[in-house]
Ligand binder design. Structure first.
Ligand SMILES: Cc1cc2nc3c(=O)[nH]c(=O)nc-3n(C[C@H](O)[C@H](O)[C@H](O)COP(=O)(O)OP(=O)(O)OC[C@H]3O[C@@H](n4cnc5c(N)ncnc54)[C@H](O)[C@@H]3O)c2cc1C
Length: 479
C-alpha cells in the first residue's frame, strides 16, 4: 500500500464506529447504518474480526490489494439490489465478487464489495438438462451437483473459480472442444442493473444484452443467478503425464503437434515448474478408448514419462481436482500474482522463452499453456457472442508466481513484467477478458475484438456512468 492510501485507510478505520447506532466511514462521510439495517446477509467493515479475510481475494499482492469501506456478504438477491443503490447514492466504487479468482483482484475495491459467495442454491432440471445456480456457486460445486444426475456443466478447469465469473467472461474448459465456451451454454441470467433494478435477461427478453453478457457480462450489472445448459458425457480419461524438466523443449514441441490434430473430445494443459511438480501435462479425454490410447502413445513418444497418474473417472471427479497453478504442497503464500498472454500459435519463440526462463525461474513459478483452441468453441463465429477469441490453434500462456517476504515485492513484480515483455509483443494485442493481467490502452479493441463497437454502444445504453468497472472493462477511447 502506498503511504497516501495507508493514511487514508487508517483514518477511515479509526472513524468507523459500530454499536453506537451510527456506522460512519470518515473519508466519505458515509453513514452505513441504513445499509446494514436492511440486509439479509452481513455487513463487514474495517475493525470487524472478519474484515481481513473478507477484503481479500485470490490474487492478492501489494499492487492489487484494496481496502473496502464495507463488504456486503449477500444473504439474498435483495442485498445486491440494496448495495448497488446505496453505493450509487453515495458515489462509492462497486466491486462484484463471486469466486474471487480474478487475476487483477477485481473482486475487491476501496468502496463497496458485493460478495455473492454465500448464495449457493443449485436447482437441476434433469429432463431439460438445465441448471439454475445462484452466483456464489463454484465450478467444482456445480460439477458435483450435475454429476448426481449424470450430467456435466461446461465450466473452467479449476474447482474454486466462480461459475458465474467464468461464464460472464467467456469461459474455456476441458469440454470446450465438444460444447463450446462456457458462455455458449448460458441460457439466461438475473441481473441487478446500474439502476439497482432486477431484470431477467435471455434471448427473448433482451437479445442484445444477452449477447453482451456472454463474454463481457461483468460490465452490465450484478448477476445474481443464471441458467445454463448441461451436457451428457460418459466417464472421461483424465490425469497427468509427468516428464523430466530437461525434456521441456521436446515435450513443448510435441504438445504443439499433438494438439494441432487432436479430436474435439481431448484437451490438455502443459505446466512447467522448477518446483516439486516439475513438467506435467494434465489432460481430459472424452471419446473412444482407442482414441485415448493413440493420444497416450503420442505423448509417450515425446520423451520418457517419469510418472503417469490418470484414470477413467466421472467428469465431476476430474472437475474437483486442484488447479495446476499451485506450485506444490506448502503453506499458502502471502502474495500471489500472475501474468498471461494470448497467442495465435505456439510459435518457436514461445517454446524458447519458456525453456530459457524455466532454467532461471524460482521454484514458486508455474509456467503454463492452457486451452488449446480447437473444436466446437472455434466453430462458433466471433461475433455470435461478446466473447471473440475463438481462433483455431490459438493458446493462452501464463506464469503464476508467489512469495511471502514483502522485501521481495519489487523484484517479483519486475520478474513478471520481464516475462510479459518477452511474450506480449507477438500477441497481436489481443487478450482474453477472464485472463486480463495488464491494462490495455483505453478504447483499444484488445479484449473484445470485432465486438468492441457493439459493446461500447450497449455499455452506453445500460451503464453510461460505468458503475460496473472493476472488470474487463468496455472503455471508450479517451479524448
Ligand atoms: C486458479 C485459476 C484457474 C482458472 N481456470 C480457468 C479456466 O480453466 N478457464 C477460464 O476460462 N478461466 C479460468 N480462470 C480465470 C477465471 O475464469 C476468471 O478469473 C473469472 O473471472 C473468475 O471468476 P470468479 O467469480 O472466481 O472471480 P471474481 O474475482 O469474483 O470475479 C471476476 C470478475 O467477474 C466479475 N463478477 C464475478 N461475479 C459476478 C457476478 N455475479 N455478476 C457480475 N460480475 C461478476 C467480477 O466483478 C470481476 O470483474 C482461472 C483463474 C484462476 C485463478
Amino acid at each position: 500500500m502506498n503511504t497516501a492510501t495507508r493514511r487514508q485507510f487508517i483514518r477511515r478505520s479509526a472513524a468507523l464506529t459500530a454499536g453506537l447506532g451510527v456506522l460512519k466511514a470518515a473519508d466519505t462521510n458515509v453513514d452505513l447504518t441504513r445499509l446494514r439495517a436492511g440486509l439479509k446477509g452481513q455487513l463487514i467493515v474495517p475493525g470487524d474480526e472478519a474484515y481481513e479475510s473478507a477484503k481479500r481475494v485470490f490474487y492478492w499482492n501489494p499492487r492489487t490489494e484494496r481496502h473496502p469501506i464495507a463488504v456486503v456478504r449477500c444473504g439474498a438477491e435483495e442485498d445486491a439490489v440494496r448495495a448497488v443503490a446505496f453505493a450509487r447514492e453515495h458515489g462509492l466504487e462497486i466491486a462484484v465478487r463471486s469466486g474471487g479468482h480474478s487475476h487483477l483482484a477485481w473482486g475487491s475495491s476501496d468502496g463497496i464489495v458485493i460478495d455473492l459467495s454465500p448464495l449457493k442454491e443449485i436447482t437441476i432440471d434433469p429432463e431439460r438438462r438445465l441448471v439454475r445456480a445462484q452466483a456464489g456457486v463454484l465450478g467444482g460445486e456445480l460439477a458435483r451437483a450435475a454429476g448426481e444426475h449424470g450430467l456435466v456443466p461446461v465450466l473452467g478447469q479449476c474447482p474454486g473459480v466462480g461459475a458465474t465469473g467464468v461464464i460472464l467472461g467467456g469461459g474455456l474448459g476441458w469440454l470446450s472442444g465438444l460444447f463450446g465456451a462456457c458462455c455458449d451454454n448460458l441460457v439466461s441470467a438475473r441481473l441487478v442493473n446500474a439502476e439497482a433494478k432486477t431484470v431477467e435477461v435471455n434471448g427473448e427478453t433482451d437479445p442484445d444484452l444477452f449477447w453482451a453478457l456472454r463474454g463481457a457480462g461483468a460490465n452490465f450489472g450484478v448477476t445474481t443467478s443464471f441458467e445454463a445448459q448441461l451436457q451428457t458425457i460418459g466417464p472421461v480419461l483424465g490425469g497427468d503425464l509427468h516428464f523430466a524438466v530437461r525434456d521441456a523443449r521436446a515435450v513443448l514441441r510435441g504438445f504443439r503437434e499433438i494438439l494441432h490434430d487432436a479430436p474435439d473430445g481431448f484437451q490438455a494443459t502443459l505446466n512447467l515448474t522448477n518446483g516439486e511438480r516439475g513438467l506435467f501435462v494434465s489432460f481430459c479425454h472424452s471419446g473412444p478408448e482407442t482414441e485415448a490410447e493413440h493420444l497416450l502413445k503420442q505423448f509417450r513418444s515425446l520423451a520418457p514419462t517419469t510418472k503417469e497418474s490418470f484414470s477413467r473417472q466421472t467428469y465431476a471427479t476430474l472437475a474437483e481436482r486442484a488447479a495446476a497453478t499451485n506450485p506444490g504442497s506448502g503453506p499458502a503464500p502471502a502474495f500471489r500474482a500472475i501474468q498471461t498472454v494470448y497467442r495465435e500459435r505456439i510459435s518457436d519463440d514461445v517454446i524458447e522463452v519458456y525453456v530459457d526462463q524455466l532454467a532461471r525461474a524460482t521454484p514458486d513459478v508455474v509456467f503454463g499453456l492452457s486451452h488449446y483452441m480447437h473444436g466446437q468453441v472455434c466453430r462458433i463465429a466471433p461475433e455470435a457472442t461478446a466473447f471473440p477469441h475463438r481462433q483455431a490453434h490459438s493458446i493462452h500462456l501464463r506464469a503464476a508466481y508467489n512469495w511471502t517476504d514483502p522485501k521481495n515485492n519489487e523484484k517479483r513484480f519486475a520478474w513478471g513484467e520481464e516475462w510479459l515483455r518477452q511474450l506480449r509483443p507477438a500477441s497481436n494485442d489481443r487478450l482474453y477478458a477472464n485472463y486480463q493481467t495488464y491494462e490495455t490502452s483505453a478504447g483499444s479493441p484488445s479484449l473484445f475484438g470485432v465486438n468492441h463497437d457493439r459493446l461500447l454502444a450497449l455499455k452506453a445504453k445500460h451503464d453510461p456512468e460505468n458503475v460496473f468497472h472493476r472488470n474487463a472493462n468496455i472503455a471508450p477511447a479517451r479524448v
